[in-house]
Design a binder for this molecule. Structure first.
Ligand code: T68
Length: 838
């Protein structure tokens, strides 16, 4: 624990008490009034909801500052190993309510806003625009991990990019996805603190040269042809009811010379700003692509830009604290969130060797001890590779260093496997098959001391399928840390009804110790409690029904089974399997053969990468089905289909608490982990799912009788593929599947247009890369079990309760503890603040 820090506190309050810290409703009200007047230039009498949102945010931000500064001061006072989480994406979601919760002042804020004539704090929370600085699970995981790190009092800094435009906003027009630019900064965003004094220079392009220094040493250096400046923007990440406040440090790219006076003077007005525009493009936009690699120069530029700024920042922080750079790995541990920051291996080597004049072996030792790598995918198309010529033109010095790293590594491999040329080609960082490329996963694996997968099955497949030779070479390097999600956002904030029920029943400690939820198991046969538990779910469903109506005009009945699939739209996630199942149910209702099917509202949400045509067609397909089903009076009270536009963190908060059935139906072996599956289970949804990713562990924990399992296992899928999979055989065997496909072919879901869904049908009936046809019948049977289970509400609620009760393992606090003890070797540092008032 740190020495108590005595800061001169600008805001009154006794900070020795971590909870509330003397912040009452008066303090919040006064803070808001001041910010309305002085910061926003508004009178309380004419303030809009947005003004009040801004004023409250500033007032809350002020009250984070003591903790924020004390946390940085604690590290300055006494060296302590700090986690640097490198990620190209952080999907942090709305900030205001999270900070209110973690400060413990939600009620005080509620009271303060009422004095401005606002009915509910919710009206103000509604206004907040979320920074969509990520695509999906990977970016959201980074955000959950930052929150858990702070709550566990671990010093940490998240390093990434401050994209000016985040993930696009999705609108649905005529059933199609339309992408709209996300201008999240347009109204000003109150949660960031720009720190221009801590800007960093980053080079690109140019050449390398050798030289002899003053001491006669032979050295290399990089002479870049372009530069950009990284300006840090810091976002405070407060832990739950603790003084520790970590930071997210996101870099914005600025031009070095923002204006070329010579060009301007000779009349070249556009040319004068050309370089500025080019530099600033680096942090312009998030690549809206999860899964397949965009593979373009700007993307590599972004990666090097934020990695270089971050490593320079970390070295500088040692220097300002008079810690020798030799002690880098005792003071920092770097986690690479996938390979997007993998250039860190070469960049850290470059900084240590070229700038700080370390010998190779020592630099390598420092790099290897500091860096660890998390893999998030087995999909071959998602493994990053950079064309060698592109890489060389942008990062010539890094390529030289990578060649040297590779040379030394391959020598090690040669000694281990004498005469095995094949293995050398397989393991080399440089891919020599076809046009040459740099394999970033190999660079990360060789440079890191640890490589982890994100669920038990996935980590196992990394060793058995993705990198068997690496695993054979370094068996102890490959580990697993199953993903987790933060219960603060995903239960306390998003499901206040459930949270207060839990508080009542088992006390409020569950929020930092989710294992306590097992106490709920005692209630599994308590009929009254099950009713109350069910009633909290119904509240969530009513709210979501209202939202659905406002957004889409569709009226849904909250008493029906809410069956939800929200995630990026992808063939491997198989939203089309779900869609086909809906058609089968529709046909049963039409034919009068739907005997005991549960009345359902099937809800989809998610974005497709703009260039991923098949995924966009899947959205169109779902909307085509929705249009037919929702317009048919025969379906009334039995079936509704909703596609919720613009799925994001904020919408997720409304969805998880309102779901009965969670769809986790990816082809086995394809979903690395999933994290939505965990949020659903915590909030008492039952899962229908395959043995994929973390579903396996969820089922093990909640009990197989409380999980609707279907589908081929990963090894069965492998066998099918090897033996020549033919989807047609499955279609012929299944009358319901054949009939569904025939209806689509006839244009029943496309106003008679029998060409529209042709590419989708051809894929499914031809090659079917994700085995949709092979799993269809079993999926339908599992859905029948769901329908049957829904008939008995008491029993359903019991199963749902057991899901919540047994989901504690999936808290990101557990994941972070595992990272801390087995990979990072870091300890908490409790931040104490002395009380200088009273
Ligand atoms: C996800 N990956 C996994 N990638 O698909 C999911 N990819 O199973 C897992 O739960 C999650 O990571 C967290 O571990 C992604 O979300 C991307 O978003 C992505 C982004 C850019 C390039 C490639």
């Amino acid at each position: 624990s740190s020495q108590p820090i005595d800061l001169r506190l600008p805001t009154p309050g006794c900070y020795a008490d971590p909870i509330k810290a003397g912040i009452d409703a008066d303090a919040v009200f006064d803070g808001m009034t001041e910010h309305l007047f002085f910061t926003l230039g508004k009178l309380a009498t004419s303030a809009s909801l947005r003004d009040l949102y801004m004023a409250l945010s500033y007032a809350v931000r002020d009250r984070l500052m003591t903790r924020y500064l004390a946390s940085q001061e604690a590290i300055r006072a006494k060296p302590h190993k700090t986690v640097a989480y490198f990620s190209a994406e952080f999907l942090i979601g709305p900030q205001l309510n999270n900070n209110l919760l973690n400060l413990g002042i939600q009620e005080e804020a509620e009271e303060a806003v009422k004095r401005f004539g606002i009915e509910s704090l919710n009206d103000i929370l509604e206004v907040e625009e979320e920074p969509g600085l990520g695509n999906g699970g990977l970016g959201r995981l980074a955000a959950c991990y930052m929150e858990s790190l702070a709550s566990l009092q671990v010093p940490a800094i998240g390093y990434g990019i401050r994209y000016e435009f985040g993930i696009f906003n999705q609108i649905i027009r005529d059933g199609w996805q339309i992408e709209v630019t996300d201008k999240w900064l347009k109204g000003g965003w109150p949660w960031e603190l720009p720190q221009p004094d801590e800007s960093c220079f980053v080079g690109f392009g140019g050449r390398t040269e050798n030289y002899i220094d003053d001491q006669g040493n032979y050295r290399s250096r990089w002479i870049p042809s372009e530069h950009a400046i990284g300006v840090p923007h810091d976002i405070p990440i407060l832990g739950y009811r603790v003084n520790n406040c970590d930071r997210l440090r996101l870099w914005r790219a600025d031009a070095t010379e923002s204006f070329d006076f010579y060009a301007f003077n000779i009349g070249d007005y556009y040319g004068a700003v050309e370089e500025k525009v080019a530099s600033e493009t680096i942090s312009k936009v998030l690549y809206p692509n999860d899964g397949t690699d965009e593979g373009r120069r700007l993307r590599l530029k972004q990666q090097h830009f934020f990695v270089s700024c971050s490593l320079q920042d970390m070295i500088r922080s040692l220097e300002t604290r008079n810690i020798p750079v030799e002690q880098f790995s005792e003071n920092w541990t770097v986690q690479l969130n996938d390979t997007h920051p993998a250039i860190a291996v070469a960049e850290l080597m470059r900084l240590l060797i070229d700038n700080h004049h370390f010998e190779w072996d020592q630099a390598w030792d420092i790099t290897n001890r500091s860096v660890a790598y998390t893999n998030h995918t087995l999909l071959p198309e998602a493994l990053e590779k950079w064309d060698l010529n592109l890489f060389k033109s942008l990062l010539p010095r890094h390529l030289e260093l990578i060649y040297e790293i590779n040379k030394r590594f391959l020598q090690q491999v040669r000694l281990r496997y004498p005469g095995n040329d094949l293995i050398l080609r397989k393991l080399s960082i440089i891919d020599e098959e076809g046009s040459k490329a740099v394999r970033m996963a190999h660079l990360a694996t060789i440079g890191a001391h640890n490589v982890n997968g994100v669920a038990a099955l996935h980590s196992d497949l990394i060793k058995r399928q993705l990198m068997p030779e690496f695993a054979d070479l370094w068996p102890e390097k490959f580990t697993n840390v199953t993903n987790g999600v933060t219960p603060r956002r995903w239960v306390a904030l998003s499901n206040p009804e459930l949270a207060s029920l839990l508080d009542q029943e088992i006390g409020s400690n569950w929020i930092t110790n989710m294992d306590l939820l097992t106490q709920l198991e005692e209630k599994e046969n308590d009929s009254n409690f099950l009713d109350v538990f069910g009633a909290t779910k119904l509240l969530g469903k009513r709210k979501l029904a209202g939202y659905i109506h406002r957004q889409t005009g569709i009226l849904v009945d909250p008493s029906t089974l809410f069956d939800v699939q929200v995630k990026r739209i992808h063939q491997y996630k198989r939203q089309h399997l779900n869609a086909l199942q809906i058609i089968a149910q529709y046909l049963r209702i039409k034919n009068g053969t739907a005997h005991s099917i549960a009345p359902r509202t099937v809800i989809f949400g998610g974005k497709a990468a703009p260039g991923y045509l098949m995924a966009k067609l899947m959205i169109r397909f779902i909307n085509g089905i929705a249009e037919v089903v929702n317009a048919d009076p025969d379906m009334d009270g039995k079936l509704r289909v909703v596609f919720l536009p613009d799925y994001n963190v904020k919408l997720g908060e409304q969805v998880y608490s309102a779901t009965d059935l969670s769809e986790q139906i990816s082809t086995a072996g394809k979903e690395a982990s999933g994290t939505g599956n965990m949020k659903f289970a915590m909030n008492g949804a039952l899962t229908i799912g395959t043995l994929d990713g973390a579903n396996v562990e969820i089922r093990d924990r909640v009990g197989k009788e409380n999980f609707f399992l279907f589908g081929k296992t990963e090894s069965e899928i492998m066998k099918l593929r090897k033996n020549g999979y033919d989807p047609k055989q499955y279609i012929e065997k299944s009358p319901e599947l054949s009939e569904a496909i025939r209806l689509i072919e006839l244009g029943h879901f496309s106003n008679g247009d029998n060409e529209l869904f042709r590419p989708l049908l051809n894929s499914l009936t031809g090659y079917d890369p994700f085995f949709v046809m092979a799993d269809f019948d079993d999926y339908l049977l599992a859905q029948d079990r769901v329908s049957k289970a829904w008939q008995n509400h008491k029993e359903w609620n019991r199963m749902a309760l057991l899901n919540t009760a047994r989901s504690g393992f999936f808290s990101s606090d557990r994941s972070i503890r595992e990272y801390c003890s087995s990979i990072w070797k870091v300890n908490p540092l409790e931040v104490e603040i002395t009380c200088n008032i009273n």
